[in-house]
Design a binder for this molecule. Sequence first.
Ligand SMILES: Nc1ncnc2c1ncn2[C@@H]1O[C@H](COP(=O)(O)OP(=O)(O)OP(=O)(O)O)[C@@H](O)[C@H]1O
Ligand SMILES: [Mg+2]
Length: 318
Amino acid sequence: MPDKLLEINDLNVVYETDDALVYAVNGLDLTINKGETLGLVGETGAGKTTTALSIMGLLPDKTGFIKGGQIKFEDIDITKATENDMKLIRGESVSMIFQDPMTSLNPILTIGDQISEVLELHKKSLNKEQISKRVDEILQLVGIPPDRKGEYPHQFSGGMKQRVVIAIALACEPKLLLADEPTTALDVTIQAQVLEMMKDLKEKLNTAVLLITHDLGVVSEICDRVAVMYAGEIIEIGTTEDIFGGSYRHPYTDGLFGSIPDLTRSTRRLNPIEGLMPDSTNLPEGCKFHTRCCKCKEICKTVNPQFKINGTHFIRCH
Ligand SMILES: Nc1ncnc2c1ncn2[C@@H]1O[C@H](COP(=O)(O)OP(=O)(O)OP(=O)(O)O)[C@@H](O)[C@H]1O
Ligand SMILES: [Mg+2]
């Protein structure tokens, strides 16, 4: 049995805005094992970032609320943790690379100071000299020459800034790294380098990674397992082989695969999934995908399906 690091059970997250309630995450179950890379995919608005923010305890104040469920990280239930508990967990045990890396750096601090800051907060036993040595090591690890640590973010290229963001996230060697679209803002060559680096780091540090992305190619490259999210729920989860090579998939996952070009076959048109994801303020009854599903049956309109399990492969479909 794999060793569980994070276990989410029946998580419900709502955003309360002036004119509506947004049901962003609805009964989500998800487990991340020690040292594994789990890909989380799904269309825009599916609730991927909301899930990551819930794990970090960083839902927006006064708008984002966990309405039920558990997020168990080791022995702690994050949904019940105080802000002080979370300050200890964040950075030290769990850290996050945000969807927009270019705004996660402080423009008026050198990159060396930004990495030191994290270490000073979490590694109180280290003295100045040890911190400085650690900053050099971590920069080396992400492929930035340590003698550039006195420079400011604007002096680095986009790809290098992203490496700095990753360096900050990894400074305390967290057990879990939440990477929200870590390469979307980068060009393809830099993207490949950053992914290669994340793969290396995982091998060196045994960090578990939740990799949020739209890019199925990236997922097949570096993930051990894949979870597919739709309207705030996991609708399919399995090993990368189950999802990419299996003979049976959720109709939604099939749709996602139909929307990417296949260079080995000649097709005149792609087959994108018809329609849009349902409005999160007004979700349909039954299976949330039924309004767009080409295999929809009567029962799908009223009863939300449970997972059907086949070994490591879970599919929520009638
Ligand atoms: N601060 C907020 N206030 C109100 N609604 C929000 C807020 N943040 C997100 N939402 C809504 O919650 C739902 C889930 O959003 P979320 O950002 O988690 O999606 P996502 O899967 O990360 O999408 P993307 O792929 O575009 O990043 C969406 O309907 C979104 O409009
Ligand atoms: Mg997002």
